[in-house]
Ligand binder design. Sequence first.
Ligand SMILES: [Zn+2]
Length: 246
Amino acid sequence: MNSAGSIEAVAACDVLAIAAHRDDVEQTCGGTLLRMASRGLHTAILDLTRGEAGTRGTAEDRAREAAEAARILGVSWRDALDLADGAVENTVENRKKILRVLRHLRPRVVILPYWKARHPDHSIVATLGYEACFLSGLSTVETDAAPHRPFKIVYASLYADVRPSFVVDITPFIEQRHASLMAYRSQYANQATGSGLFVPEEEIRERTFAEARHYGLLAGVKYGEPFVQKEVGLVDDLTLITVQSI
Ligand SMILES: [Zn+2]
């Protein structure tokens, strides 16, 4: 896996997940990244903050844990920008920081968090990420790399009270996804600090598997991750639709 120091050396990626915090992607679309990697696609993760506002662990702890999680998820590249943790803002400066990454990695698909969320950072990233993707395609915005607009943006909607547009079957990858989340020992291992705020380790497994089971059931598989797309789906061949009706 490469990090930002070698961004120029990284081959174009197929799927880039952008999230507010280290460990967001592991919860909302880690199984999908694993599935895409298993199909031979290049995947990448861009976290926008470094976790300095967290109750548990330092930014350095989280950097180490994020690298380990990225290894487990099989991504080709991961890095974190320096946006303010707990106070992410949709500014020109922040859009341009994301744009620089987009133009180097040139993803075909970008995964963003769903635009309504309990944590304000998550909902802001939905808009901030979308606007950065738009800006990245404009030739009038000059940087050291050529303009690039992702073909598709999808929103990871696991924690949103919304009906997904589609679900990705993550059944073969659920244990590996869980291992990537548990790589954040400073956050999720049982410990005294913040024990009133954080759920116990065993409970995390039960909750995340139950969520995945719920979305899997909606699509007729065991475990799934939900996504929302703003566009109406386009079907080429009716006989290749994979969700059974009756
Ligand atoms: Zn988060």
